[in-house]
Design a binder for this molecule. Sequence first.
Ligand code: GAP
Length: 496
Amino acid sequence: MAQNKEKNTVENNLFQHIISHAKEYGFVFPSSEIYEGLQGVYDYGQNGVELKNNLKMLWWKAMTQLNEDVVGIDAAIFMHPTTWKASGHVDSFNDPMIDNKDSKKRYRADVLIEEKAEEYAKAGNPEKKQALLDTLARLLEKEDLAGVQQLIIDENITCPLSGTKNWTEVRQFNLMFATQMGSVADESATIYLRPETAQGIFVNFLNVQKTSGRQIPFGIAQIGKAFRNEIVARQFIFRMREFEQMEMQFFVRPNTEMEWYEYWKEKRMKFHKAIGLPEEKLRWHIHEKLAHYANAAVDIEYEFPFGFKEMEGIHSRTDFDLKSHQEYSKNKQIYYDDEIKDRYIPYVVETSVGADRLFLAVLCNAYTETTGIDAKGEEKTRIFLKLHPAIAPYQVAIFPLLRKQGLPEKAREVFEMLRFDFRTLYEERGAIGKNYTRQDLIGTPFCITIDHQTLEDNTVTLRHRDTTEQQRIDINALHATIAPHTSWSNLLAKMK
Ligand code: GAP
Protein backbone atom coordinates (compact mmCIF):
# COMPACT_ATOMS: atom_id res chain seq x y z
CA MET A 1 0.00 0.00 0.00
CA ALA A 2 2.82 2.40 0.87
CA GLN A 3 4.38 1.56 -2.48
CA ASN A 4 1.12 2.36 -4.27
CA LYS A 5 0.87 5.69 -2.51
CA GLU A 6 4.41 6.55 -3.53
CA LYS A 7 3.67 5.61 -7.15
CA ASN A 8 0.56 7.82 -7.15
CA THR A 9 2.50 10.78 -5.76
CA VAL A 10 5.22 10.41 -8.38
CA GLU A 11 2.60 10.19 -11.14
CA ASN A 12 0.66 13.16 -9.78
CA ASN A 13 3.88 15.15 -9.63
CA LEU A 14 4.69 14.18 -13.17
CA PHE A 15 1.24 15.32 -14.32
CA GLN A 16 1.63 18.61 -12.46
CA HIS A 17 5.00 19.11 -14.19
CA ILE A 18 3.38 18.48 -17.57
CA ILE A 19 0.56 20.95 -16.85
CA SER A 20 3.07 23.62 -15.74
CA HIS A 21 5.24 22.91 -18.75
CA ALA A 22 2.25 23.25 -21.09
CA LYS A 23 1.54 26.69 -19.67
CA GLU A 24 5.10 27.94 -19.38
CA TYR A 25 6.01 27.06 -22.95
CA GLY A 26 2.91 28.30 -24.74
CA PHE A 27 0.99 25.06 -25.26
CA VAL A 28 -2.12 25.40 -23.06
CA PHE A 29 -3.34 28.30 -20.91
CA PRO A 30 -6.31 28.37 -18.53
CA SER A 31 -9.14 30.26 -20.24
CA SER A 32 -9.55 33.96 -19.31
CA GLU A 33 -6.84 33.57 -16.72
CA ILE A 34 -6.71 37.27 -15.83
CA TYR A 35 -10.19 36.76 -14.36
CA GLU A 36 -8.99 33.68 -12.46
CA GLY A 37 -9.93 31.32 -15.27
CA LEU A 38 -13.07 29.40 -16.16
CA GLN A 39 -13.31 25.85 -14.86
CA GLY A 40 -13.01 23.16 -17.50
CA VAL A 41 -12.11 25.58 -20.29
CA TYR A 42 -8.64 26.06 -21.75
CA ASP A 43 -6.94 28.01 -24.54
CA TYR A 44 -4.22 26.70 -26.80
CA GLY A 45 -1.16 28.92 -27.01
CA GLN A 46 1.25 29.60 -29.86
CA ASN A 47 2.93 26.19 -29.70
CA GLY A 48 -0.14 24.24 -28.61
CA VAL A 49 -2.18 25.39 -31.58
CA GLU A 50 0.53 24.20 -33.98
CA LEU A 51 0.69 20.77 -32.35
CA LYS A 52 -3.08 20.45 -32.18
CA ASN A 53 -3.55 21.59 -35.78
CA ASN A 54 -0.96 19.04 -36.89
CA LEU A 55 -2.81 16.27 -35.09
CA LYS A 56 -6.11 17.36 -36.59
CA MET A 57 -4.67 17.61 -40.10
CA LEU A 58 -3.03 14.23 -39.73
CA TRP A 59 -6.31 12.66 -38.61
CA TRP A 60 -8.10 14.35 -41.51
CA LYS A 61 -5.59 13.04 -44.02
CA ALA A 62 -5.55 9.58 -42.44
CA MET A 63 -9.33 9.36 -42.60
CA THR A 64 -10.11 11.02 -45.93
CA GLN A 65 -6.92 10.73 -48.01
CA LEU A 66 -6.03 7.19 -47.00
CA ASN A 67 -9.59 5.96 -47.26
CA GLU A 68 -11.05 6.52 -50.69
CA ASP A 69 -14.49 5.84 -49.29
CA VAL A 70 -14.47 8.58 -46.63
CA VAL A 71 -15.34 12.23 -47.30
CA GLY A 72 -15.46 15.15 -44.89
CA ILE A 73 -18.00 17.78 -43.89
CA ASP A 74 -18.10 20.75 -41.54
CA ALA A 75 -21.56 21.02 -39.98
CA ALA A 76 -22.75 23.91 -37.80
CA ILE A 77 -22.56 23.74 -34.02
CA PHE A 78 -26.20 24.77 -33.68
CA MET A 79 -28.72 22.26 -34.93
CA HIS A 80 -32.49 22.04 -34.95
CA PRO A 81 -33.49 21.24 -31.35
CA THR A 82 -35.40 18.11 -32.40
CA THR A 83 -32.05 16.61 -33.43
CA TRP A 84 -31.25 16.16 -29.75
CA LYS A 85 -34.64 14.67 -28.99
CA ALA A 86 -34.06 12.11 -31.76
CA SER A 87 -30.51 11.33 -30.64
CA GLY A 88 -31.66 10.73 -27.07
CA HIS A 89 -29.59 13.55 -25.60
CA VAL A 90 -32.55 15.59 -24.29
CA ASP A 91 -33.92 12.66 -22.31
CA SER A 92 -30.89 10.69 -21.30
CA PHE A 93 -27.61 12.61 -21.65
CA ASN A 94 -27.44 12.92 -17.88
CA ASP A 95 -25.02 12.41 -15.04
CA PRO A 96 -26.19 11.83 -11.46
CA MET A 97 -25.10 14.73 -9.26
CA ILE A 98 -25.13 15.44 -5.56
CA ASP A 99 -24.33 18.61 -3.61
CA ASN A 100 -22.70 18.94 -0.23
CA LYS A 101 -24.82 21.40 1.76
CA ASP A 102 -21.88 22.69 3.80
CA SER A 103 -19.27 23.28 1.12
CA LYS A 104 -21.93 23.99 -1.56
CA LYS A 105 -19.76 21.90 -3.87
CA ARG A 106 -21.31 19.70 -6.55
CA TYR A 107 -20.07 16.19 -7.30
CA ARG A 108 -20.87 13.40 -9.67
CA ALA A 109 -22.48 10.84 -7.38
CA ASP A 110 -21.12 7.89 -9.39
CA VAL A 111 -17.59 9.32 -9.28
CA LEU A 112 -17.70 9.70 -5.48
CA ILE A 113 -18.62 6.01 -5.23
CA GLU A 114 -16.01 4.97 -7.79
CA GLU A 115 -13.36 6.83 -5.80
CA LYS A 116 -14.45 5.01 -2.66
CA ALA A 117 -14.17 1.71 -4.56
CA GLU A 118 -10.66 2.70 -5.64
CA GLU A 119 -9.77 3.26 -1.97
CA TYR A 120 -10.82 -0.34 -1.23
CA ALA A 121 -8.60 -1.59 -4.04
CA LYS A 122 -5.64 0.46 -2.81
CA ALA A 123 -6.20 -0.92 0.68
CA GLY A 124 -5.77 -4.41 -0.81
CA ASN A 125 -9.45 -5.32 -1.01
CA PRO A 126 -10.29 -5.69 -4.72
CA GLU A 127 -13.37 -7.83 -3.99
CA LYS A 128 -14.93 -5.03 -1.97
CA LYS A 129 -14.15 -2.63 -4.79
CA GLN A 130 -15.90 -4.86 -7.32
CA ALA A 131 -18.92 -5.42 -5.07
CA LEU A 132 -19.35 -1.68 -4.65
CA LEU A 133 -19.04 -1.02 -8.38
CA ASP A 134 -21.57 -3.78 -9.11
CA THR A 135 -24.05 -2.25 -6.68
CA LEU A 136 -23.56 1.16 -8.27
CA ALA A 137 -24.08 -0.25 -11.78
CA ARG A 138 -27.29 -2.00 -10.66
CA LEU A 139 -28.68 1.19 -9.10
CA LEU A 140 -27.82 3.34 -12.13
CA GLU A 141 -29.37 0.83 -14.47
CA LYS A 142 -32.63 1.02 -12.52
CA GLU A 143 -32.22 4.81 -12.33
CA ASP A 144 -32.60 4.40 -8.58
CA LEU A 145 -31.20 7.77 -7.52
CA ALA A 146 -32.42 7.45 -3.93
CA GLY A 147 -30.49 4.17 -3.80
CA VAL A 148 -27.34 5.92 -5.04
CA GLN A 149 -27.73 8.54 -2.31
CA GLN A 150 -28.20 5.81 0.30
CA LEU A 151 -25.05 4.08 -0.96
CA ILE A 152 -23.08 7.31 -0.45
CA ILE A 153 -24.41 7.55 3.09
CA ASP A 154 -23.83 3.83 3.85
CA GLU A 155 -20.27 4.05 2.55
CA ASN A 156 -19.59 7.01 4.85
CA ILE A 157 -18.45 9.14 1.93
CA THR A 158 -17.57 12.66 3.03
CA CYS A 159 -17.13 15.84 1.03
CA PRO A 160 -13.39 16.33 0.38
CA LEU A 161 -13.81 20.07 1.08
CA SER A 162 -16.07 20.31 4.13
CA GLY A 163 -15.39 16.82 5.45
CA THR A 164 -19.11 16.41 6.21
CA LYS A 165 -21.78 13.94 5.11
CA ASN A 166 -24.43 16.63 4.76
CA TRP A 167 -25.58 15.61 1.27
CA THR A 168 -28.55 16.66 -0.86
CA GLU A 169 -30.55 14.06 -2.74
CA VAL A 170 -29.09 12.74 -6.01
CA ARG A 171 -30.52 14.35 -9.14
CA GLN A 172 -30.00 13.80 -12.84
CA PHE A 173 -28.17 16.65 -14.50
CA ASN A 174 -28.40 17.10 -18.28
CA LEU A 175 -24.99 17.81 -19.74
CA MET A 176 -26.14 19.88 -22.70
CA PHE A 177 -25.68 23.64 -22.71
CA ALA A 178 -28.90 25.36 -23.72
CA THR A 179 -29.24 28.83 -25.13
CA GLN A 180 -31.88 30.92 -26.88
CA MET A 181 -31.96 31.55 -30.60
CA GLY A 182 -33.42 34.84 -31.77
CA SER A 183 -34.78 37.61 -29.61
CA VAL A 184 -37.96 35.92 -28.38
CA ALA A 185 -37.09 33.95 -25.27
CA ASP A 186 -39.88 31.38 -25.41
CA GLU A 187 -39.56 27.64 -25.07
CA SER A 188 -39.53 26.97 -28.82
CA ALA A 189 -36.40 29.06 -29.31
CA THR A 190 -34.29 26.92 -26.97
CA ILE A 191 -31.38 25.39 -28.81
CA TYR A 192 -28.29 23.49 -27.67
CA LEU A 193 -24.58 23.69 -28.19
CA ARG A 194 -23.92 20.28 -29.74
CA PRO A 195 -22.63 17.71 -27.23
CA GLU A 196 -21.14 15.60 -30.05
CA THR A 197 -20.31 16.27 -33.70
CA ALA A 198 -21.80 12.95 -34.85
CA GLN A 199 -25.37 14.20 -35.25
CA GLY A 200 -24.24 16.80 -37.81
CA ILE A 201 -23.07 13.83 -39.88
CA PHE A 202 -26.23 11.76 -39.46
CA VAL A 203 -28.56 14.55 -40.55
CA ASN A 204 -26.39 15.12 -43.64
CA PHE A 205 -26.12 11.45 -44.61
CA LEU A 206 -28.44 11.69 -47.62
CA ASN A 207 -27.13 15.12 -48.67
CA VAL A 208 -23.60 13.74 -48.92
CA GLN A 209 -24.67 10.41 -50.40
CA LYS A 210 -26.71 12.02 -53.16
CA THR A 211 -24.33 14.87 -54.01
CA SER A 212 -21.21 12.71 -53.95
CA GLY A 213 -22.76 9.71 -55.63
CA ARG A 214 -21.15 7.48 -53.00
CA GLN A 215 -22.30 3.91 -52.71
CA ILE A 216 -22.42 2.10 -49.41
CA PRO A 217 -20.07 1.40 -47.70
CA PHE A 218 -18.77 4.92 -47.27
CA GLY A 219 -17.96 7.27 -44.42
CA ILE A 220 -18.29 10.92 -43.44
CA ALA A 221 -15.65 12.53 -41.25
CA GLN A 222 -15.79 15.74 -39.27
CA ILE A 223 -13.68 17.74 -36.85
CA GLY A 224 -15.35 20.26 -34.61
CA LYS A 225 -16.16 21.66 -31.22
CA ALA A 226 -18.49 19.92 -28.81
CA PHE A 227 -19.79 21.18 -25.47
CA ARG A 228 -20.73 19.31 -22.32
CA ASN A 229 -21.61 20.84 -18.99
CA GLU A 230 -19.49 18.28 -17.13
CA ILE A 231 -20.32 18.27 -13.43
CA VAL A 232 -16.70 17.70 -12.59
CA ALA A 233 -14.36 19.00 -15.26
CA ARG A 234 -10.90 17.88 -14.25
CA GLN A 235 -7.55 16.40 -15.13
CA PHE A 236 -6.58 19.45 -17.17
CA ILE A 237 -7.67 19.11 -20.80
CA PHE A 238 -8.78 15.50 -20.32
CA ARG A 239 -12.33 16.45 -19.34
CA MET A 240 -13.38 19.87 -20.50
CA ARG A 241 -16.66 21.70 -20.99
CA GLU A 242 -15.66 22.90 -24.45
CA PHE A 243 -13.60 20.45 -26.45
CA GLU A 244 -13.00 19.18 -29.93
CA GLN A 245 -13.97 15.85 -31.46
CA MET A 246 -12.75 14.09 -34.59
CA GLU A 247 -15.53 11.72 -35.58
CA MET A 248 -16.28 9.49 -38.52
CA GLN A 249 -19.50 7.63 -39.24
CA PHE A 250 -19.13 4.74 -41.63
CA PHE A 251 -22.42 3.72 -43.28
CA VAL A 252 -22.70 0.03 -44.08
CA ARG A 253 -25.13 -2.64 -45.19
CA PRO A 254 -26.99 -4.26 -42.24
CA ASN A 255 -25.26 -7.42 -41.00
CA THR A 256 -21.85 -6.31 -42.29
CA GLU A 257 -21.28 -3.92 -39.38
CA MET A 258 -19.14 -6.30 -37.32
CA GLU A 259 -16.63 -6.72 -40.16
CA TRP A 260 -16.33 -2.95 -40.46
CA TYR A 261 -16.15 -2.56 -36.71
CA GLU A 262 -13.09 -4.84 -36.68
CA TYR A 263 -11.64 -3.01 -39.68
CA TRP A 264 -11.90 0.40 -38.04
CA LYS A 265 -10.59 -0.86 -34.70
CA GLU A 266 -7.36 -1.93 -36.37
CA LYS A 267 -7.08 1.24 -38.47
CA ARG A 268 -7.48 3.52 -35.49
CA MET A 269 -4.98 1.64 -33.36
CA LYS A 270 -2.44 1.89 -36.21
CA PHE A 271 -2.94 5.67 -36.25
CA HIS A 272 -2.02 6.05 -32.59
CA LYS A 273 1.04 3.85 -32.90
CA ALA A 274 2.21 5.65 -36.05
CA ILE A 275 2.23 9.06 -34.34
CA GLY A 276 4.55 7.61 -31.71
CA LEU A 277 2.31 6.47 -28.84
CA PRO A 278 4.00 3.33 -27.52
CA GLU A 279 2.21 0.00 -27.78
CA GLU A 280 2.50 -0.69 -24.04
CA LYS A 281 0.67 2.54 -23.23
CA LEU A 282 -2.30 1.70 -25.43
CA ARG A 283 -4.96 -0.87 -24.69
CA TRP A 284 -8.50 -1.87 -25.60
CA HIS A 285 -11.36 -1.53 -23.17
CA ILE A 286 -14.34 -3.54 -24.37
CA HIS A 287 -17.71 -2.26 -23.13
CA GLU A 288 -19.58 -5.02 -21.33
CA LYS A 289 -22.65 -2.90 -20.79
CA LEU A 290 -23.71 -1.41 -24.12
CA ALA A 291 -25.62 1.81 -24.75
CA HIS A 292 -29.14 1.18 -26.08
CA TYR A 293 -28.10 2.06 -29.65
CA ALA A 294 -24.93 -0.04 -29.85
CA ASN A 295 -24.30 -3.70 -30.59
CA ALA A 296 -20.54 -3.45 -29.95
CA ALA A 297 -18.30 -0.80 -28.40
CA VAL A 298 -14.67 -0.50 -27.46
CA ASP A 299 -12.41 2.29 -26.25
CA ILE A 300 -8.78 2.82 -27.08
CA GLU A 301 -7.27 3.77 -23.75
CA TYR A 302 -3.98 5.54 -23.23
CA GLU A 303 -1.97 5.32 -20.03
CA PHE A 304 -1.98 8.94 -18.87
CA PRO A 305 0.02 9.79 -15.72
CA PHE A 306 -3.28 9.34 -13.83
CA GLY A 307 -3.88 5.87 -15.28
CA PHE A 308 -5.34 4.18 -18.36
CA LYS A 309 -8.25 6.31 -19.61
CA GLU A 310 -10.42 6.55 -22.73
CA MET A 311 -8.93 8.44 -25.63
CA GLU A 312 -11.09 7.16 -28.49
CA GLY A 313 -14.38 5.29 -28.77
CA ILE A 314 -15.27 2.90 -31.58
CA HIS A 315 -18.93 2.01 -31.65
CA SER A 316 -21.18 -0.10 -33.81
CA ARG A 317 -24.29 2.09 -33.55
CA THR A 318 -26.68 -0.05 -35.61
CA ASP A 319 -29.35 1.95 -37.50
CA PHE A 320 -30.44 3.70 -34.30
CA ASP A 321 -29.58 7.28 -35.24
CA LEU A 322 -30.83 7.34 -38.83
CA LYS A 323 -33.98 5.47 -37.84
CA SER A 324 -34.65 7.88 -35.05
CA HIS A 325 -34.06 10.92 -37.30
CA GLN A 326 -36.43 9.40 -39.82
CA GLU A 327 -39.07 9.03 -37.13
CA TYR A 328 -38.70 12.54 -35.69
CA SER A 329 -38.18 14.42 -38.97
CA LYS A 330 -40.65 12.35 -41.03
CA ASN A 331 -37.99 12.36 -43.75
CA LYS A 332 -37.01 8.95 -45.07
CA GLN A 333 -33.42 7.97 -44.41
CA ILE A 334 -33.56 5.01 -46.76
CA TYR A 335 -30.75 4.01 -49.08
CA TYR A 336 -31.30 1.99 -52.24
CA ASP A 337 -28.53 -0.55 -52.63
CA ASP A 338 -28.14 -1.11 -56.34
CA GLU A 339 -25.90 -4.13 -55.88
CA ILE A 340 -28.41 -6.19 -53.92
CA LYS A 341 -31.45 -4.37 -55.27
CA ASP A 342 -32.78 -3.64 -51.83
CA ARG A 343 -33.68 -0.66 -49.66
CA TYR A 344 -32.62 -0.20 -46.08
CA ILE A 345 -31.59 2.23 -43.38
CA PRO A 346 -27.80 1.86 -43.21
CA TYR A 347 -25.99 0.64 -40.12
CA VAL A 348 -23.18 2.78 -38.75
CA VAL A 349 -19.72 2.16 -37.33
CA GLU A 350 -18.37 5.23 -35.57
CA THR A 351 -14.85 6.23 -34.63
CA SER A 352 -14.68 9.16 -32.21
CA VAL A 353 -11.51 10.61 -30.78
CA GLY A 354 -11.13 13.78 -28.73
CA ALA A 355 -8.56 16.11 -30.32
CA ASP A 356 -7.68 17.40 -26.85
CA ARG A 357 -7.27 13.95 -25.34
CA LEU A 358 -5.08 12.94 -28.24
CA PHE A 359 -3.07 16.14 -27.72
CA LEU A 360 -2.75 15.33 -24.01
CA ALA A 361 -1.62 11.77 -24.72
CA VAL A 362 0.98 13.00 -27.21
CA LEU A 363 2.20 15.67 -24.79
CA CYS A 364 2.44 13.27 -21.83
CA ASN A 365 4.27 10.73 -23.96
CA ALA A 366 6.69 13.35 -25.28
CA TYR A 367 7.54 14.90 -21.92
CA THR A 368 10.98 13.57 -21.04
CA GLU A 369 13.22 14.29 -18.07
CA THR A 370 16.75 12.89 -18.06
CA THR A 371 19.43 13.40 -15.46
CA GLY A 372 23.13 13.64 -16.27
CA ILE A 373 26.35 15.26 -15.18
CA ASP A 374 27.17 18.59 -16.82
CA ALA A 375 30.60 20.03 -17.80
CA LYS A 376 31.09 21.34 -14.24
CA GLY A 377 30.52 17.86 -12.82
CA GLU A 378 27.11 18.80 -11.40
CA GLU A 379 23.98 16.75 -11.69
CA LYS A 380 21.56 18.36 -14.13
CA THR A 381 18.08 17.52 -15.30
CA ARG A 382 17.33 17.96 -18.96
CA ILE A 383 13.70 18.35 -20.04
CA PHE A 384 12.63 17.96 -23.62
CA LEU A 385 9.56 17.05 -25.62
CA LYS A 386 10.21 13.96 -27.67
CA LEU A 387 7.49 14.75 -30.23
CA HIS A 388 7.39 12.95 -33.54
CA PRO A 389 9.22 15.35 -35.92
CA ALA A 390 6.26 15.39 -38.29
CA ILE A 391 3.90 16.86 -35.69
CA ALA A 392 6.20 19.06 -33.56
CA PRO A 393 5.15 22.76 -33.54
CA TYR A 394 8.44 23.62 -35.22
CA GLN A 395 10.61 21.17 -37.08
CA VAL A 396 13.71 23.29 -37.58
CA ALA A 397 15.17 26.22 -35.64
CA ILE A 398 17.97 28.31 -37.13
CA PHE A 399 20.44 30.44 -35.18
CA PRO A 400 23.44 32.55 -36.24
CA LEU A 401 26.26 32.15 -33.68
CA LEU A 402 26.66 35.95 -33.58
CA ARG A 403 24.44 38.85 -34.59
CA LYS A 404 27.21 40.28 -36.77
CA GLN A 405 29.97 39.47 -39.27
CA GLY A 406 27.56 38.30 -41.94
CA LEU A 407 26.22 35.38 -39.87
CA PRO A 408 22.59 36.59 -39.60
CA GLU A 409 22.48 37.14 -43.37
CA LYS A 410 23.73 33.61 -44.03
CA ALA A 411 21.34 32.19 -41.42
CA ARG A 412 18.41 33.97 -43.07
CA GLU A 413 19.45 32.47 -46.40
CA VAL A 414 19.20 29.00 -44.88
CA PHE A 415 15.89 29.96 -43.26
CA GLU A 416 14.48 31.06 -46.64
CA MET A 417 15.69 27.80 -48.17
CA LEU A 418 13.92 25.61 -45.62
CA ARG A 419 10.81 27.51 -44.49
CA PHE A 420 8.63 26.43 -47.42
CA ASP A 421 9.03 22.74 -46.66
CA PHE A 422 9.47 22.70 -42.89
CA ARG A 423 7.89 24.62 -40.03
CA THR A 424 10.97 26.71 -39.45
CA LEU A 425 11.85 29.26 -36.80
CA TYR A 426 14.58 31.88 -36.97
CA GLU A 427 16.13 33.28 -33.81
CA GLU A 428 19.17 35.53 -33.53
CA ARG A 429 18.94 36.56 -29.88
CA GLY A 430 20.37 34.58 -26.99
CA ALA A 431 23.27 32.20 -26.52
CA ILE A 432 23.29 29.03 -28.59
CA GLY A 433 23.12 26.71 -25.55
CA LYS A 434 20.07 28.52 -24.21
CA ASN A 435 18.45 28.47 -27.63
CA TYR A 436 18.96 24.71 -27.87
CA THR A 437 17.37 24.29 -24.44
CA ARG A 438 14.40 26.43 -25.41
CA GLN A 439 13.83 24.37 -28.55
CA ASP A 440 14.12 21.15 -26.52
CA LEU A 441 11.35 22.44 -24.28
CA ILE A 442 8.95 22.93 -27.18
CA GLY A 443 10.06 19.77 -28.94
CA THR A 444 11.85 21.11 -32.03
CA PRO A 445 13.68 18.07 -33.43
CA PHE A 446 16.39 19.91 -35.41
CA CYS A 447 18.47 23.02 -34.66
CA ILE A 448 20.88 24.56 -37.14
CA THR A 449 23.71 26.89 -36.13
CA ILE A 450 25.48 29.11 -38.62
CA ASP A 451 29.04 30.08 -37.63
CA HIS A 452 32.18 31.49 -39.22
CA GLN A 453 33.07 28.16 -40.78
CA THR A 454 29.72 28.28 -42.63
CA LEU A 455 30.93 31.34 -44.53
CA GLU A 456 34.08 29.44 -45.54
CA ASP A 457 32.83 25.96 -46.47
CA ASN A 458 29.01 26.19 -46.58
CA THR A 459 28.59 23.74 -43.67
CA VAL A 460 26.46 24.19 -40.55
CA THR A 461 25.98 22.42 -37.24
CA LEU A 462 22.86 20.26 -37.22
CA ARG A 463 21.80 19.35 -33.69
CA HIS A 464 19.46 16.44 -33.02
CA ARG A 465 17.01 16.98 -30.12
CA ASP A 466 16.73 13.43 -28.79
CA THR A 467 20.42 12.58 -28.67
CA THR A 468 21.81 16.15 -28.49
CA GLU A 469 24.27 14.87 -31.08
CA GLN A 470 25.73 17.56 -33.33
CA GLN A 471 26.90 16.93 -36.87
CA ARG A 472 28.67 19.11 -39.37
CA ILE A 473 26.73 19.06 -42.59
CA ASP A 474 26.71 20.84 -45.94
CA ILE A 475 23.82 23.29 -46.33
CA ASN A 476 22.81 21.55 -49.53
CA ALA A 477 22.39 18.26 -47.64
CA LEU A 478 20.06 19.71 -44.97
CA HIS A 479 16.80 19.17 -46.78
CA ALA A 480 17.49 15.54 -47.63
CA THR A 481 18.68 14.81 -44.06
CA ILE A 482 15.69 16.35 -42.31
CA ALA A 483 12.85 15.49 -44.70
CA PRO A 484 12.59 11.72 -44.07
CA HIS A 485 12.00 12.41 -40.36
CA THR A 486 9.41 15.14 -40.82
CA SER A 487 7.65 13.61 -43.79
CA TRP A 488 3.90 13.18 -43.46
CA SER A 489 3.94 10.67 -46.29
CA ASN A 490 6.22 8.39 -44.29
CA LEU A 491 3.97 8.75 -41.28
CA LEU A 492 0.75 8.17 -43.22
CA ALA A 493 2.26 5.11 -44.87
CA LYS A 494 2.49 3.49 -41.42
CA MET A 495 -1.26 3.94 -40.97
CA LYS A 496 -2.34 2.12 -44.10
N1 GAP B 1 -20.23 10.41 -30.79
C1 GAP B 1 -19.77 9.56 -29.78
C2 GAP B 1 -19.27 10.27 -28.61
O1 GAP B 1 -19.38 11.48 -28.49
P1 GAP B 1 -18.00 9.90 -26.36
O2 GAP B 1 -17.32 8.66 -25.82
O3 GAP B 1 -18.96 10.58 -25.47
O4 GAP B 1 -18.67 9.44 -27.72
C3 GAP B 1 -15.93 10.57 -27.78
O5 GAP B 1 -16.88 10.92 -26.81
C4 GAP B 1 -14.58 11.13 -27.43
O6 GAP B 1 -14.68 12.54 -27.20
C5 GAP B 1 -13.98 10.57 -26.15
O7 GAP B 1 -13.31 9.35 -26.39
C6 GAP B 1 -13.02 11.67 -25.75
O8 GAP B 1 -11.79 11.54 -26.43
C7 GAP B 1 -13.73 12.93 -26.21
N2 GAP B 1 -14.43 13.59 -25.09
C8 GAP B 1 -15.65 13.29 -24.60
N3 GAP B 1 -15.96 14.12 -23.57
C9 GAP B 1 -14.92 14.95 -23.42
C10 GAP B 1 -14.63 16.04 -22.53
N4 GAP B 1 -15.51 16.44 -21.62
N5 GAP B 1 -13.44 16.67 -22.65
C11 GAP B 1 -12.54 16.28 -23.59
N6 GAP B 1 -12.76 15.28 -24.45
C12 GAP B 1 -13.93 14.62 -24.38
